[in-house]
Structures are given as C-alpha cells and as structure tokens.
Design a protein around this ligand. Structure first.
Ligand code: UTP
Length: 293
C-alpha cells in the first residue's frame, strides 16, 4: 500500500529575470493570464487532482500571492452590498480552493533549495511539486502522475518531447521505456548542450516525490549556474530507487517565458465561453488584415 499524496509544494520564490520588467515589482506568478494570476491556475489544478494542502515557497516581494488566496472581507462586503453576488462568491471561492501555507526561501539559491525548505511541512510523506510559473491546460497530467505513484510507490516526473536545441533550457533524461507514456529515468542532466543531451525528453514543471528526495537534496552541491538544482537531487535519488517519467504531449505553458505567456493567453482565452467567441472574431480579422495566412 502506498501512502496517499496529500500535500503539494509550489516554488514561487524565483526572481523572474526572464519576465522583466513585469516581474520587477510584482511576482511573475501573479501576472494575469486572461483574468487570473498564473499561480491560480496551478492551485486550481492541485485542487482538481484532489490535493487540498498547499505550501507555497515565497520570498521578498511575493506578499501579493498570499493575499490573493486569503479572505478579503471588505471587498466581499462591498461586492455583496452592490449586488455583485457572483463576483463576491468568486472572491470567496479563492480562499477555499485549498488550505494554503507559505514559507520563505530566504535566498533564491535554486529550485532544489526551494523544494528543500518544504521539508518541515511535508515531513515523511510523498508530495507533489508544481512550478508556480508553469501552467497546464487541465489537471490530467498531474492526475496521471498520481496514478503512476499509486501503482509503483515511486517518484514520477513529467516529461515532454522537445527539439534537441531546446534542451539547454531544461533538465533532460535518459529514458528506458516501460510503456507508451511511461519511462524509467536511467539518468538526468540539467540544461545539457544539444549534442550532449541524452534524449529529446525534457523535464516539465510537475513532480511527485517520495520523501527521500529531501535526503538527496541535502547531499546536492551547487550545480549549473551555481544553483542547488532539483535535477541533481533526482539523479542521486534515482541511483537509490526507481524514478519514473510520465510523458505527455500538450497543454503546458511556461509563463516565465514571454512567447509561452502569449500562447497561453491566446489559447486559454479562446477556450473560454465568456470572452472566447468575441476574441476569436478579433483574431480572424487580425489574421486577415495583417495577411498572416
Ligand atoms: P525558474 O528558473 O523558471 O524561475 O524556476 P526564476 O529563477 O524566477 O526565473 P528566471 O530564469 O530568472 O526568469 C521555476 C520555478 O521555481 C521557482 C520560481 O519562482 C519558479 O516558479 N524558484 C526558482 C524558486 O522558488 N526558488 C529559486 O531559487 C528558483
């Protein structure tokens, strides 16, 4: 019997240098995609996958993340008094999505370090990690990963095929095929040069870990870019226990990257019932006017 995954950790303490100037005085995780901050999509995904305990790893200047998921009584009263009941319900719903905790990373020493500060909260349990600037179109990937964890009782990381030239921006695995969408991780390296990349499978921002990842993180030395890399801890972990990779194809956006942010905004807006139809019409006109097609 595997222990159920009850907790999710969302690292959101990075400096967001790729998204400047928007990220200068506000967290990039709070940049809106249509009308919701990016991190709200992440927490809705966690909730849709049945996890209701969330720990956000924050840092300096990230207070607005905690405020966004807290009660806002004055605003709720104001909306109710003005007859805006739907809006009031939506504001209340945000504070009920999950039980949200936060802890500060202190210094952004790298993603691995951010995960390591979750140790006290997580304890000796399996847990999920979702990057606060990575959004998924729905919770299907996380649900499937939790299914793999339930079956094998081992850590699972999300993987996606990308062109080899893009590997220098990601963790990259050497896979051993288990099934159509499942591999065993036989090796993992952070941001390899394309000619050194062991495959074209890149690590995306979703993980399910056994608690042993914390011991591995304790042993990791600063790696690429002088940061404590989560990838290096996964390499240590997989030497001791199997780590699986769940391969998916679509629906992930790294909103810390400007072009991905634009793609997310367009695709998510098109899929919405309220703004979608009007936005589609606008896009069709735009494409014709600019002779894009
Ligand atoms: P990124 O590398 O995408 O975030 O980390 P970054 O460092 O903020 O971005 P750039 O490269 O400077 O633009 C992925 C996630 O991990 C968090 C980030 O907030 C982001 O959600 N992170 C990263 C931390 O929490 N702590 C860190 O030390 C580094």
């Amino acid at each position: 019997m595997t222990r159920p995954v009850r907790k999710a950790v969302i690292p959101a303490a990075g400096l967001g240098t790729r998204f400047l100037p928007a990220s200068k005085a506000q967290p990039k995780e709070m940049v809106p995609v249509v009308d919701k901050p990016a991190i709200q999509y992440v927490i809705e995904e966690v909730a849709a996958a049945g996890i209701d305990d969330v720990l956000i790893i924050t840092g300096r200047g990230k207070q607005s993340i905690e405020d966004h998921f807290d009660r806002a009584l004055e605003l709720e009263h104001h909306l109710e008094a003005g007859g805006k009941h739907d809006e009031a319900a939506e504001v209340r719903r945000l504070a009920q999505l999950a039980t949200i905790h936060s802890v500060r990373q202190g210094e952004p020493l790298g993603l691995g370090h951010a995960v390591s500060v979750a140790r006290q909260h997580v304890g000796d349990e399996p847990f999920a990690v979702l990057l606060g600037d990575d959004i998924m179109i729905d919770a299907s990937v996380l649900r499937a990963m939790l299914g793999v964890y339930e079956q094998y009782g081992r850590s699972v990381i999300a993987l996606k095929e990308l062109p080899r030239e893009e590997m220098r921006a990601y963790g990259c695995v050497r896979p051993e095929k288990v099934d159509d969408d499942l591999v065993r991780v036989a090796g993992i390296v952070e941001k390899p040069e394309p000619h050194e990349a062991p495959s074209n499978l890149a690590v995306m921002g979703r993980y399910v870990f056994t608690p042993e990842i914390f011991d591995a993180l304790d042993r990791v030395q600063p790696g690429k870019g002088g940061e404590i890399q989560l990838t290096d801890a996964i390499e240590l972990l997989r030497a001791e226990q199997t780590v699986y990779g769940y391969v998916f194809e679509h629906g992930r956006y790294d909103i810390g990257k400007k072009v991905d942010y634009l793609r997310a905004t367009v695709e998510i807006a098109l899929a919405r019932d309220d703004v979608g139809p009007e936005f589609r019409e606008f896009l069709v006109h735009l494409v014709q006017r600019e002779k894009l097609y």
